[in-house]
Design a binder for this molecule. Structure first.
Ligand SMILES: Nc1nc2c(c(=O)[nH]1)N[C@@H](CN(C=O)c1ccc(C(=O)N[C@@H](CCC(=O)O)C(=O)O)cc1)CN2
Length: 285
């Protein structure tokens, strides 16, 4: 993971046309940037071009502004971030903490480049019983059907006050309203404990057991107002047998959920994921 201050990541999205790669790489070369990694893809069905570039620039980033302004004037949507500035991440959880703890541990190991700015749960820390580092604020926001609007207003306030760049639903088991889902559009990742589109909803392992599947899985996706329908970022599976009861599937599923969410969050934070309508483009390293 590259945390050095003079490394930048840039993503570009625009209508596809000839000469885009040359235009972008030429603009960077002209300002003395050295491209370290570059990937691009043209979606022929949507006619959209996607590109990710990681480059080194041993000058202040402002030297790029005139060139990038010209590219944006030509219709490019550009997202430029310094790899040395970790993104601010807010974590939401309900009762099951395995994904939350996994992300905290991977960050401590330096596997995930994030600055965790808070943890929100609809259950108390006593119920969650998770060890939470002192430097990360814990917010207990209980919710009932009657208090959902007020509770969600509290979530919005914490997102704004913490300056969160990314919100992760690390087994947060409340359906977000259309308003909150729209407010978090493109910056909220959920881990669903099934291999979507199979077994949507709150109890996928029981559905899987009843169906007699031989594989279970997990899906990390961006959150939209349509439950479990958001653009998929990463998925993985695990074999199960006739002997596995729902509780065995829940146990085996924890490992899949942990690794799928960690991979999706890491790829998002490294700007490797671009949204293409209801789908994603993922530029893996
Ligand atoms: N707008 C969205 N909100 C949420 C999504 C989403 O895709 N869009 N994903 C869920 C997570 N999830 C499955 O991955 C999920 C969570 C909760 C439920 C559900 O039916 N919840 C019940 C309450 C359950 C409880 O209190 O234990 C409910 O909210 O009425 C289904 C799927 C997170 N939110």
């Amino acid at each position: 993971m590259n945390r050095t201050p003079n490394i930048y990541r840039m993503t570009i999205t625009c209508p596809d046309r000839p000469g885009l790669v040359a235009a972008v790489s030429g603009a960077l070369f002209a300002k003395g940037a050295n491209i370290l990694e570059a990937q691009h893809f043209a979606d022929r069905l949507s006619g959209t071009f996607f590109m990710r570039i990681e480059f080194q620039l041993d000058q202040p980033r402002d030297v790029l502004k005139p060139a990038l302004d010209r590219l944006e004037a030509e219709g490019m949507r550009i997202n430029l971030r310094c790899a040395g500035e970790p993104q601010r991440v807010l974590l939401l959880v309900s009762k099951f903490d395995h994904c939350l703890v996994d992300l905290l541990y991977r960050e401590r190991l330096g596997e995930i480049d994030a600055h965790f700015v808070g943890i929100v749960s609809n259950h108390s820390q006593e119920v969650l019983r998770t060890w939470i580092p002192e430097h990360i604020p814990f917010h207990h926001l209980p919710v009932t059907p009657g208090t959902k609007a007020a509770q969600e207003a509290g979530i919005k306030r914490i997102v704004e006050e913490s300056g969160a760049d990314l919100i992760v639903l690390a087994r947060y088991m409340q359906i977000l309203s259309d308003d909150l889902a729209s407010f978090l559009s493109g910056r909220c990742i959920n881990i669903h404990h099934s291999f979507l589109p199979g077994f949507k909803g709150a109890k996928p392992y029981h559905q899987a057991h009843a169906r007699g599947v031989k594989m279970i899985g997990a899906t990390a996706h961006y959150v939209t107002s349509d439950l479990d329908e958001g653009p998929i970022i990463h998925q993985d599976v695990e074999l199960v047998t006739h002997a596995d009861l729902p509780e065995d599937m829940i146990r085996k599923g924890r490992d899949v959920e942990r690794r799928v969410l960690a991979r999706a969050v890491s790829d998002h934070l490294e700007q490797r994921v671009l949204i293409d309508g209801h789908r994603t483009i993922v530029f893996r390293d």
